[in-house]
Design a protein around this ligand. Structure first.
Ligand code: HEC
Length: 201
């Protein structure tokens, strides 16, 4: 139909639905409404349209592209299997999480953050160290004869991350080489936070 032209047509609709009529002479019809809706009701011819919409063949890739079955999402974190792997993973966590306060060589900062290097507090009791990382630690503690009275906030880490970071700490800077497992961390989660008061050990 040419722009400005008109026509009368008679046609039959085989399938129910709302059909959109578009006037493509958009510049002319712009302000007048370029769309029309034709509502058809009655008995549908299911051999022409089953009622099911499948968009696949209309995608740019066409219908020939098959979707691969989705792999099951593995949410389990990669478990460090060997001790060196655990220590390496722990070192990574240390440098992101503990480093700011306890410093690169675990030396701490005098009067503020106690050392982890050669710490008698740490080496005397692994459960207490795990507890400090899970729940945080505040109040007076004595580490290597020096008193600290500050606040360590609870560290938001998984059981495995805590096991790894503490295993790294214990393996470094002259500490006792204790290996911390996720089982030990889990056990400490249900225990109460330790209120540090008085002596370190
Ligand atoms: C925001 C600073 C801060 C961060 C981060 C931090 N700590 Fe602490 N940590 C402290 C403070 C402060 C104390 C002493 C708390 C007190 O005075 O009661 C402490 C105490 C400790 C202790 C017991 C005392 C000692 O020196 O042996 C351990 C063990 C420890 N932290 C381990 C860690 C580990 C492991 C991480 C990282 C996962 C970590 N901390 C992250 C500030 C921090």
């Amino acid at each position: 139909m040419p722009a400005g032209g008109s026509a009368i047509v008679e046609f039959k609709v085989d399938v129910n639905g709302t059909f959109i009529l578009v006037d493509h002479s958009i510049f002319r019809a712009f302000n007048k409404g370029a769309l029309g809706m034709l509502k058809a009701e009655g008995e549908s011819n299911k051999t022409i349209y089953s009622g099911t919409i499948q968009e696949g063949i209309y995608h740019p890739e066409g219908g020939g592209i098959q979707e691969m079955p989705k792999e099951q999402v593995v949410t389990k974190p990669v478990v460090a299997k060997t001790l060196p792997q655990q220590i390496a993973a722990g070192k990574n966590i240390y440098s992101k999480t503990c480093f700011a306060c306890h410093q690169s060589e675990g030396q701490g900062i005098p009067n503020a953050f106690p050392p982890l290097a050669g710490s008698d507090y740490l080496n005397a009791n692994p459960k207490r160290a795990i507890n400090a990382v899970i729940h945080g630690l505040s109040g007076e503690v004595t580490v290597n004869g020096k008193k600290y009275n500050n606040i360590m906030t609870s560290q938001n880490l998984t059981d495995e991350e805590i096991a790894n970071v503490l295993t790294y700490v214990y393996s470094s800077w002259g500490n006792s080489k204790k290996v911390i497992t996720t089982v030990m961390v889990k056990a400490e989660r249900s225990n109460k936070p330790i209120k540090a008061s008085g002596g370190g050990h």
